[in-house]
Design a protein around this ligand. Structure first.
Ligand code: COA
Length: 252
């Protein structure tokens, strides 16, 4: 039966007979059919769709996602927002401590098995963007007023051992290879960045999109690249340049 169906489908796709060619063109025409848009009709319907969607999101957020996720946290301050649903938390031993006015878009927060009580702390008024993964073996601290962009990864260990044999044996990382991550206050991390183990990011600094942070980041700097380095274009943006001059590899 499966062979017969595959044979017929291939005959049509290859347009091997006049009938197959007709069916092929008919199916293609149907697939590209679309209703003409009547703006006075469809625009109000668009806003109706958006309004219903927003209303449903509000109901879900207020009566389901926020209270349930708040219950999962050790501490959660006021006005916790999880606008796209409950973050996916892996590891029931992970302690999550959140300040006031924290927003976490749909993200993954995972804990490895190395330590008994790994901790994720996020300070007041900080936001974690959509698709970001925070992988905690021991401790990751994000300060106040931070903006963590979408699709970032923040991790305080490499998650897997370097040794091929240990990976095959399913071993985890050693406790001494876990190095906590500290992100200061008012730090802006652009989209798709990786913040690797042991890194401290100084207050007010910016990490440009798609950067990989492997070493500490000074306060009040913009870092970019792979691995990230300090960059300066507009000197007025960065008081630190006046302070440090050309030290620490900061271009002047
Ligand atoms: C961090 C950022 C805001 C800095 O903007 P800026 O100060 O205007 O930076 P500039 O465009 O002047 O770039 C300065 C230098 O850094 C380089 N640079 C900037 N972003 C970079 C990146 N992501 N990777 C590598 N180099 C980068 C530029 O090429 C330039 O180098 P040059 O002086 O040799 O020409 C910007 O780079 C950025 O990442 N924007 C996206 C933020 C984001 O992800 N938002 C999503 C929502 S959170």
């Amino acid at each position: 039966m499966k062979n017969l169906v595959s044979r017929i489908v291939l005959t049509i796709k290859r347009r091997e007979t006049p009938l197959a060619d007709f069916i092929y063109r008919l199916a293609k025409g149907l697939r590209s059919f679309s209703l003409p848009t009547v703006k006075p009709l469809h625009l109000p319907l668009y806003y109706l769709d958006r309004g219903l969607h927003e209303g449903l999101q509000w109901l879900l957020h207020t009566f389901w996602w926020s209270p349930l996720f708040r219950a999962r946290c050790e501490v959660a301050g006021k006005n916790l927002r999880v606008p796209n649903g409950i973050p996916y938390v892996v590891g029931s031993h992970l302690l999550i401590m959140l300040g006031d006015n924290v927003t976490i878009q749909r993200s993954t927060i995972g804990a490895s098995r190395v330590f008994d009580e790994p901790v994720l702390r996020i300070g007041n008024a900080s936001t974690v963007g959509y698709g970001t993964v925070i992988s905690v073996a021991k401790e990751i601290v994000i300060g106040d007023n931070c903006l963590i962009g979408p699709n970032c990864i923040i991790m305080d260990s490499d998650d897997h051992p370097i040794s091929p044999g240990k990976r095959l044996a399913g071993e985890g990382v050693k406790p001494e290879d876990v190095l906590p991550v500290r992100i200061g206050n008012n730090v802006w991390i652009g989209s798709n960045c990786a913040i690797l183990k042991g890194v401290t990011i100084g207050d007010n600094s910016i990490i440009a999109t798609h950067s990989v942070i492997t070493k500490d980041v000074l306060e009040n700097c913009i870092y970019a690249g792979y691995p990230a380095r300090p960059t300066v274009r507009d000197i007025d943006k960065l008081d630190v340049v006046k302070e440090y001059g050309g030290e620490h590899g900061i271009p002047t």
